[in-house]
Every structure is written in structure tokens, then in C-alpha cells.
Design a protein around this ligand. Structure first.
Ligand SMILES: N[C@@H](CCC(=O)N[C@@H](CS)C(=O)NCC(=O)O)C(=O)O
Length: 224
């Protein structure tokens, strides 16, 4: 089999999407940790457009953007399918993955907001988006994929782990059993899946890292 390499960053939810998919498919790969403050020549060569991780390199050919990589993995290693076979069901799964992309900026706005009206606004927007995900995409299912996780679950994995740590850093709770009971239960179910819980960065390290980023954001805000 052609060699598979993954350029990633230890705390990145985007890297972890790819790691989870490769593990589920049983693909052996070499992991290359990038220093994002001093990106490698290879990363810049492989992803000259965005200069971001993750980048998957298969047989020397680079693929960038985590969701594009996930689709590539699904097509290249069709065992343990992560998308429905039925074209309509597949389109619906892709719709929800795209919804997550469209709502992505709300998550970073939530983390970047520094209190007051701005915080209230981003919290409200986030709650609305999460309610839609809970009611329309998840419903009463255990996972977005039904009884097992699929690419929708993997693409929303950030909500189950990193987002909870983000909430702790900024001391605002949105994903709570009284407001989003089914999504909370999904987060718990997702984190209990062996391939997920065995492949996440350590909580205390992510907490320290996000606290550090938050401090920098607050300082920037003060110096404006
Ligand atoms: N849309 C991209 C986002 C990837 C991304 O934001 N990667 C971050 C790390 S979490 C990165 O490489 N940042 C370096 C930079 O922006 O210079 C994806 O889904 O792969």
C-alpha cells in the first residue's frame, strides 16, 4: 500500500477528524507534528494555499482541508463505511456536514467574545445553531449516523470535546442537559466510542492551551 502520512497539530480538532477516520479504516500512517509558529517547508509546499494542517499525503500526493481529506479517505478505503450508500441519505449527511462548516465562525466568535452584549449575542447564536443540529440532524438517534458514528459525527466531534473545554475557559455554558439534552447525550455517547476516546489530546493540556490563547485574545482586546 502507498505510504500515508499526516501532518497535524496535537490539539487540533481538525487533525483529530482525520486521525479518527484513518483509525476506523485501519489505515497505517506516519504522523508528523507541525510547529504552527514555524511551519515546515513540507507543509508550505503541500498546502501553499491555506498553509494549514491537517494535510494527508498518500503516495506522495498531498490533500488539504479536513473535510476533503475525510471524503478522500472514505473513497480510498471503503471498508467500515462512514457515509450512507443511498445517494439521498448521503446527500443529507453532506448537508449537515456543510451546516457545521457554515456555522463554524459562530464557535470562534463565541470563544473570542469578551463579555457584555457581544457575549450574549454569540451565545444566543450558538444556542440557536446547536438547537437546529439537535432537533433536525440528530433527533432521537444515538449518533448522527444512527447506531454507529459516521462522517457527520466525526465532523461535529469538536462539539463533544473541545467545545466543552472552551466553555470552561470562558465560563459560559451552552451545551447543558437542561437546554440541549439530546445533544449532550450524543456528546457522551461519542466520547465513549473507543476509537474516539483513545485518540484525543489530554484534557488538561488542551485546557492550558486554550487558556493561553484566551489570554492573548483578551490582551489584544485591551490594547485596541
Ligand atoms: N478548514 C480547515 C481548518 C484547519 C485549521 O484551521 N488548522 C489550523 C490548526 S487547528 C492551522 O493550521 N492553523 C495555522 C494557521 O492558521 O496559520 C480544515 O478543515 O482543515
Amino acid at each position: 500500500m502507498a505510504e500515508v502520512k499526516l501532518h497535524g497539530f496535537w490539539s487540533s480538532p481538525f487533525s483529530h477528524r482525520v486521525i479518527w477516520a484513518l483509525k476506523i479504516k485501519g489505515v497505517n500512517y506516519e504522523y508528523i507534528e507541525e510547529d504552527l509558529s514555524n511551519k515546515s517547508e513540507l507543509l508550505l509546499k503541500y498546502n501553499p494555499v491555506y498553509k494549514k494542517i491537517p494535510v494527508l499525503v498518500h503516495g506522495g500526493e498531498p490533500i488539504a482541508e479536513s473535510l476533503v481529506i475525510l471524503e478522500y479517505i472514505e473513497e480510498t478505503w471503503p471498508n467500515n463505511p462512514l457515509l450512507p450508500i443511498d445517494p439521498y441519505d448521503k446527500a443529507i449527511a453532506r448537508f449537515w456536514i456543510q451546516f457545521g462548516v457554515d456555522k463554524g465562525p459562530i464557535f470562534s466568535d463565541f470563544f473570542r467574545s469578551t463579555g457584555g452584549e457581544e457575549q450574549e449575542k454569540t451565545t444566543k447564536e450558538l444556542l440557536e445553531a446547536l438547537k437546529i443540529i439537535e432537533e433536525q440532524a440528530l433527533g432521537d438517534k444515538k449518533f448522527f449516523g444512527g447506531n454507529a458514528i459516521n462522517l457527520v459525527d466525526i465532523s461535529y466531534g469538536m462539539i463533544a470535546y473541545w467545545f466543552k473545554i472552551m466553555e470552561e475557559v470562558i465560563e459560559v455554558n451552552v451545551l447543558e442537559p437542561n437546554t440541549l439534552p439530546r445533544l449532550c447525550q450524543w456528546a457522551q455517547n461519542f466520547m465513549e466510542v473507543p476509537v474516539i476516546k483513545e485518540n484525543i489530546p489530554e484534557r488538561y493540556k488542551v485546557l492550558a492551551y486554550l487558556r493561553h490563547i484566551r489570554q492573548k485574545l483578551l490582551l489584544e482586546h485591551l490594547n485596541k
